[in-house]
Write a protein that binds this ligand. Structure first.
Ligand SMILES: [Zn+2]
Length: 164
């Protein structure tokens, strides 16, 4: 895809991504922003192309040779640094970074659900239960998330690279 084409219209609404296996850090940070991103070690070359086609996903790749394989729409990521990569995707896709922060599981990409505090008592360490008020839960991999310090660190990192 050339830079002048309107990437944001690819999926007819919210853009879904398929990140190649060289872009794990970018995939995680896009999930922090709430983006739907598949990522895994099987996602390169034709595997990446197949997966993107199956779910109408926009490919994010560092692979210079991918375009010879007649892929669906893709963005070639220029930088090796996740901050620059994230900025490139936000810019080219017209994403609004602050909209759905921390709404998606960073491990498996599922949309998180909020959990009442009482229902997580046996699932989190006592000090976490005592100090935190809001929890969210991944219905796929069962992870429990709470704001605490890691949210703050991630927000600080996003501010540092001028995303927020
Ligand atoms: Zn999960």
């Amino acid at each position: 895809m050339s830079k002048s084409e309107p990437v944001g219209t690819v999926a007819g609404g919210e853009i879904k991504f398929a990140a190649d296996r060289m872009l794990g850090r970018l995939a995680k940070w896009l999930r922090v922003l709430g983006c739907d991103v598949i990522y895994g070690h099987h996602l390169s070359g034709y595997g990446l192309i197949r997966a993107a086609r199956a779910e109408a996903r926009l490919i994010l790749t560092r692979d210079r040779h991918l375009k010879q394989k007649q892929p669906p729409p893709f963005i070639f990521i220029h930088s090796d640094h996740y901050g620059d990569q994230l900025q490139q995707v936000i810019r080219e896709c017209g994403l609004k970074p602050s909209g759905q922060l921390f709404s998606r599981c960073l491990e498996c990409n599922a949309v998180l659900q909020t959990r009442n505090k009482e229902t997580v008592q046996k699932l989190v360490p006592p000090y976490v239960y005592a100090s935190q008020q809001s929890f969210s839960w991944c219905p796929v991999c069962q992870r429990i998330y709470w704001p605490a310090t890691h949210h703050e660190k991630m927000l600080a990192a996003l501010r540092k690279i001028a995303i927020l």
